[in-house]
Design a protein around this ligand. Structure first.
Ligand code: UDP
Ligand code: MG
Length: 362
């Protein structure tokens, strides 16, 4: 058989009702558009999804890779890549949350030279249907943390999407880590690519069956994130920033002590001046110790950077106070503990905003 344009990897675990509907929809969309193959990677689903896939392979270009047991989503995708012969490799969920109708748009982008094309829930025009408040907060929080810790994710609205297309040489010869759910993030860090584009879509409601996302997967995600961040040397930057923030607190206390004891200033003014001393101290030390030499690549002048830094730190102070009030008044947390979480929130906010905007490389 001639090599297809697209190899579409679909990992499945207990998706027997959804798969036939999905395969039919994919065929409708692609049959007049381009040659394709579907590679179903099934982890020996108890509901025998693999059997359904084998039946489908009589009528559609479906290959079935049946594995021993539940080895996880990312490892299934990597396994699928090994069996794929297409010019482009695609990945999508089996549960109908990823509409195949946008496949031509994704392929078009890839044909136009984009190395990685992400079907994006968070790009302009994208949407998520029927998610509760908690799932939304978790998703946004995970995305924020990802951008804080992994620079390759920063320019991308939805680096944790599970629906995407890549040119095959993006991952050819690349050692990918098979742990976790977020294979796109792994590819963004380790793949060979130059440009990424995003196509908005609406992340729909699951067809039949249940989500396989559980608490263990959240822990896996954090571990994965930590490992990736360590690989690219970003974890230590954040740690250094946290050390600086603790030192800055002492600077604040020192100034406050001096001003209230040895000047005639009112304590409110003393406090404001001490806060400002703290901010300037952490700015100067960060430029030297967090960025180490990196700031030579950053064009704006130092005064402008210091002003921006100041502005973001005021945001940090507001976040600290916000978390303090929320935790203490709404969740009944002891105010000292609330303040501790508030300060951590503020430090991460300050770090993220300044790394992205004050110390932006381009
Ligand atoms: N899946 C899989 N192996 C796993 C977990 C999930 O093959 O260990 C498949 C699942 O069948 C579905 C896709 O990965 O096709 C996405 O999983 P799910 O819908 O449970 O995740 P969610 O959409 O809730 O994040
Ligand atoms: Mg799903």
């Amino acid at each position: 058989m001639e090599k297809p344009v697209l190899s579409l990897i679909i990992p499945t675990y207990n998706e027997r009702e959804n798969l036939p509907i999905l395969v039919k929809r994919i065929h409708e969309v692609l049959r007049d558009y381009c040659s394709y193959e579907i590679i179903v990677v099934d982890d020996n689903s108890p509901d025998e999804t693999w059997k359904v896939a084998e039946e489908l392979s009589v009528y559609y270009p479906v290959k079935v890779v049946k594995r021993e047991g539940k080895l996880g989503l990312s490892s299934a995708v990597i396994e699928g890549f090994k069996h794929a012969s297409g010019e482009f490799l695609g990945v999508m969920d089996a549960d109908l949350q990823h509409p195949p109708e946008i496949l031509p748009n994704l392929i078009e982008e890839a044909k136009n030279g984009k190395d990685i094309v992400v079907a994006s829930r968070y790009a302009k025009g994208g949407k998520i249907e029927n998610w509760g408040f908690k799932r939304k907060v978790v998703s946004k929080g995970a995305r924020f943390l990802t951008k804080v810790l992994v620079p390759q994710a920063r320019g991308i609205k939805d680096p944790l999407s599970g629906y995407f297309i890549i040119r095959r040489d993006v991952v050819e010869g690349v050692e990918l880590n098979p742990v976790g759910y977020k294979i796109l993030l792994e590819i963004l860090v380790k793949g060979n690519y130059e440009n990424v584009s995003e196509v908005p879509f609406t992340f729909g409601t699951r067809g039949m069956g249940k989500s396989k996302l559980n608490l263990g997967e959240y822990a896996n995600f954090l571990r994965h994130l930590y490992r990736l961040s360590e690989t690219v040397g970003e974890v230590m930057k954040l740690v250094r920033y946290m050390v600086i923030s603790v030192l800055a607190l002492f600077v604040n206390m020192f100034f406050f002590f001096i001003l209230t004891n040895y000047s005639s200033l009112n304590y409110i003014y003393s406090s404001i001046l001490s806060l400002e001393a703290m901010i300037l101290f952490s700015f100067a030390l960060s430029e030297i110790w967090v960025l180490k030499g990196e700031q030579v690549k950053r064009p704006t002048n130092a005064v402008l950077r210091a002003l921006k830094y100041n502005a973001f730190c005021f945001g940090g102070i507001l976040i600290n106070i916000g978390v303090l009030c929320l935790f203490t008044n709404v969740f009944d947390v002891y105010y000292f503990v609330s303040n501790f979480f508030g300060s951590i929130g503020a430090v991460i906010w300050n770090y993220a905003m300044n790394i992205w905007l004050t110390w932006k490389t381009k």
